[in-house]
Design a protein around this ligand. Structure first.
Ligand code: DLL
Length: 440
């Protein structure tokens, strides 16, 4: 179902005209109201008059997470604080959180784009919706909540965590739609399995999963274990929260970016030069309609590519690929770029392994060591009767995992097999899979 047919299927020329008009307006608006950005534009020698066409966005200077840190907490707001109705924040890896604010109009736009995500993922007005994104400062819970109310869903505001209760709600309240992080969807799937609940016994049909990277292999696992169609939702607090892009049920092949509100570019992470469609690089967003905290050319650190091909669902919005990693959590191990998703892709071909893994990077004097810890599939673990290093089958599995990782990464990796359930699980939110011991 297309929630807002008028905008989501606008012919490209009209959409691009609309973007140009909104871009001109937001650049002037920010120039007049946000001092740090005005200074940045002056330094770059660009004035609002220089921005006439959509392509002119490339003349503008970038914003980064650093700007949020430097002007913490409210220094990038474009309206006085008393026009802000809501504050959210995302915890960074270091120090202070990134603070964002919304006017009444912004909350309205946010509900609209989240409603589009829910509709694109299969939800229909009247469906019961279990919202297991965290409520609170994190944007996931309240963002999806507002979208669901806008759509007319029956909202169960479960929030993240408390797996026992989630299971009870899934069994007794009969939700058809579930939203949570993909790693938490796996936690829930395992918990159901452990209780002998089969997918067919639940009313669940659709999952709206995001807020962290995941892969096609994980999608398959989740779809099988929960008996649902699992759709990818993408977003970030600095741009709005969830609701920047979402896959459609028809194609499940890239997330449509809601381009009437967010102008997207892909740039070379090193040079900042815009890259053509299809090329992988850093996603950069300009908000076209936000009031409290518009961002201009915000560098997300997320690495992905764009696909402008028409989609069979009828939406005219460009599709972004899965996020393959972040420019800043990309590991460089002995000079080789490594994304966690590559490790996952290398391991999925081995059915004796489970999708639970952890990557540990350490340094022995000067040499980086990459260790991948991966859990053995519970059934296979049972058949093995433990993980005896002398067991030939264990050795064989280690060798195959090693070879597969070497094939994908071109790096020697130390593989450690772990017992089912021994590696960290998502307890409701985002899962941290990488442990980098080199800095400590
Ligand atoms: O995670 C917003 C959100 C909530 C998105 C619920 C989807 C669902 P932040 O906490 O600010 O906001 O984190 C944003 O999470 O820059 C990406 O690195 C990552 N991320 C978000 N969605 C995806 C996704 C929310 N579908 C950061 N795939 C972003 C991969 C994602 N990474």
């Amino acid at each position: 179902m297309i929630w807002n047919r008028e905008f989501e299927t606008l012919p490209r020329p009209e959409l691009e005209r609309l973007q140009a008009e909104r871009l001109r307006r937001v650049v002037r608006y920010v120039y007049e109201r946000v001092q740090p950005y005005r200074e940045r534009m002056r330094e770059a020698g660009v004035s609002p008059e220089d921005v006439r066409h959509r392509e002119d966005v490339a003349k503008l200077p970038f914003m980064t997470k650093r700007d949020f840190r430097d002007h913490y907490p409210y220094g990038l707001f474009a309206v006085p604080l008393d026009r802000v109705l809501r504050i959210h924040a995302s915890s960074g890896t270091t120090g202070k959180p990134t603070v964002v604010g919304y006017t009444r109009h912004d909350l309205d736009v946010w509900a609209e784009v989240c409603a589009r995500c829910l509709a694109a993922s299969g939800a229909r007005p009247g469906d019961v919706f279990q919202n297991a994104y965290g409520y609170g400062l994190f944007t996931g819970g309240l963002g999806m909540h507002a979208g669901a109310e806008r759509m007319g869903l029956v909202v169960v505001p479960a929030s993240g965590g408390n797996t026992e209760r989630q299971i009870l709600l899934l069994q007794d309240f009969g939700p058809k739609v579930l939203a949570c992080t993909p790693s938490y969807a796996l936690t829930l799937a395992e918990a159901l399995e452990a209780r002998g609940v089969r997918p067919g016994q639940l009313a669940l049909r659709y999952g709206i999963l995001g807020a962290e990277p995941w892969t096609e292999a994980m999608r398959q696992q989740i779809e099988e274990k929960l008996g649902i169609a699992a759709l990818n939702i993408y977003g970030l607090s600095e741009v709005i929260g969830p609701g920047v892009a979402n896959e459609c049920l028809e194609a499940k092949d890239g997330a449509h970016v809601f381009e009437d509100h967010f102008l997207v570019e892909v740039v070379d992470p090193y040079t900042g030069e815009p890259l053509p469609p299809g090329r992988q690089g850093e996603l950069v967003f300009t908000t076209l309609t936000k009031e409290a905290l518009p961002v201009i050319r915000y560098r997300t650190g997320d690495v992905a590519s764009l696909n402008p091909e028409p989609c069979r669902c009828g939406r005219t919005f460009v599709r972004m690929s899965r996020v393959v990693g972040r420019t800043d959590d990309m590991l460089i191990v002995r000079g080789v770029n490594v994304y966690p998703s590559q490790v996952e892709a290398a391991l999925v071909g081995l059915p004796q392994l489970s999708p639970h893994y952890q990557i540990v990077v350490s340094r022995e004097r000067t040499l980086d060591e990459l260790e991948v810890r991966v859990e053995v599939d519970p059934l296979y673990h049972h058949a093995l009767g433990g993980l005896d290093p002398a067991d030939e089958r264990v050795q064989g599995l280690l060798r195959r995992a090693y070879e597969s990782l070497y094939g994908v990464l071109g790096l020697h990796v130390r593989v450690t097999l772990a017992a089912p359930g021994s590696l960290p699980r998502s307890e409701g939110g985002k899962l941290r899979r990488v442990v980098d011991l080199r800095a400590s």
